[in-house]
Design a protein around this ligand. Structure first.
Ligand code: SF4
Length: 400
């Protein structure tokens, strides 16, 4: 436990805040990410910070998250910032009872100023939601639902370890539409085991027919920490099929009126995710919850991932930050280019030109990408095309 000398309250507070005592956010408006780690069952592809859904643990988590908000709210920098977005991610935040969610959001509002039209998103799994539950979330202040559909083939959903089937996904989407006038986003995955072209086309067609306001689609990666990452998985489609799945979605979403505004994200006009744009625009956000990561001033930091370490730190009235890094100029340059180029808006052309200046290898690479139609570069902006998005990792490595 960090204690100030002779009960000095300022020193005591600085000890409780650790690295966050010294940050100075640059912007007046920031985001807030709240990680809710509980899942009824861990999916086989998942490498996120999760915890078994046990009542006692939920109570300890909620007490700790309230305490974390209290501590963040008493930071020297807190009075200078206003929350523009709140994102409850997981884990499965929709396992929270509406009154617990309302209390958490109330605590955030009591500790931070929040803009009137703040975007407040909650990630939900289909089997956890009903119209009544979603209506209660709306009353608590949620303005946007992100529904983890992932697939619409019951065999594939079963292999993934999901607890819902396609019918439950559709029912959850309808419940979200009926519960409130708000934004509904759907998450899908491609490159999944047994996902052939026909199944993917059928999935994309069905979901686009639902007309979600927003659609996120991520290609499967076998991450360390996932069951599939450690044991492997059979039936993965070959690379050319995965690429074809990316293009099939891009074409069908465009034809249906969706803007492909980030590598993995599509939106109807006016329905981009404000919170995620904050990440890609390299804007700042505070973090609450186990494993949650924040970015304030020149500091990127991460909380303890294990629930017991997270709650333990807060029970001792100190922030659970276990990793932090003060960013240097080179990292700032790389981050703003890499994050910005993930989006259709791209980056100011001058940023990319400045980075390539004196680097003949990078200059030649950018020229080759322009020639191949992967990058557009005019007087104002540098942007990757949809073909460029697909190959972007190769460019991002060079920008580091
Ligand atoms: S994918 Fe979502 S629901 Fe499944 S284990 Fe991971 S966080 Fe939980």
């Amino acid at each position: 436990v960090s204690r100030g000398r002779d009960g000095d309250p300022a020193a005591e507070r600085a000890g409780a805040l650790g690295a966050l005592a010294g940050v100075a956010p640059r912007a007046r408006t920031i985001g807030l990410y709240i990680h809710v780690p509980f899942c009824a069952k861990r999916c086989d592809f998942c490498s996120f910070t999760t915890a078994p859904h046990r009542l006692g643990d939920v109570e300890r988590y909620l007490a700790a998250a309230h305490r974390e908000l209290d501590l963040l709210g008493t930071s020297p920098w807190a009075p200078a910032v206003t929350l523009e977005t709140v994102f409850l991610g997981g884990g499965t935040p929709s396992l929270l009872e509406p009154e617990d969610l309302a209390a958490l959001l109330d605590r955030a509002r009591s500790r931070f100023a929040i803009v009137l039209d703040a975007e407040v998103t909650i990630e939900c799994t289909p089997e956890t939601v009903s119209r009544a539950r979603l209506e209660a979330y709306r009353v608590a202040g949620v303005t946007r639902v992100s529904l983890g559909v992932e697939a619409l083939d019951d065999g594939i959903l079963g292999r993934m370890g999901r607890l819902h089937d396609a019918a439950a996904a559709r029912a959850a989407f309808d419940a979200a539409r009926e519960a409130a006038s708000w934004q509904v986003s759907v998450d899908l995955m491609y490159g999944l085991p047994d996902l052939d072209a026909a199944r993917w086309e059928a999935t994309v067609g069905a979901v686009l027919d639902w007309r979600p306001d927003h659609l996120s689609a991520y290609g499967l990666t076998l991450d360390e920490g996932s069951v599939w990452g450690s044991t492997g998985v059979t039936g993965l489609p070959p690379e050319e099929i995965v690429v074809a799945q990316y293009w099939a979605l891009a074409a069908r979403a465009r034809a249906a009126g969706y803007e492909h505004y980030e590598i993995s994200n599509y939106a109807l006009p006016g329905c981009r995710s404000r919170h995620n744009q904050l990440y890609w625009r390299r804007r700042e956000y505070a973090a609450v919850g186990p494993g949650a990561c924040g970015f304030l001033g020149d500091l990127r930091y991460g909380n303890a991932r294990a629930l017991a370490r997270y709650t333990g730190a807060l029970e001792h009235r100190r922030l659970p930050v276990e990793r932090h890094e003060w960013l240097g100029e080179r990292q700032v340059t790389a981050e703003r280019l890499i994050l910005g180029l993930r989006t259709a808006d791209g980056v100011p052309a001058a940023w990319l030109e400045a980075r390539a200046g004196g680097d003949a290898r990078l200059g030649a690479l950018l020229e080759a990408w322009r020639d191949r139609g992967l990058l557009t570069l005019d007087a104002d902006r540098a942007c990757l095309t949809e073909a460029g998005f697909l190959l972007s990792d190769a460019l991002f490595v060079e920008l580091l």
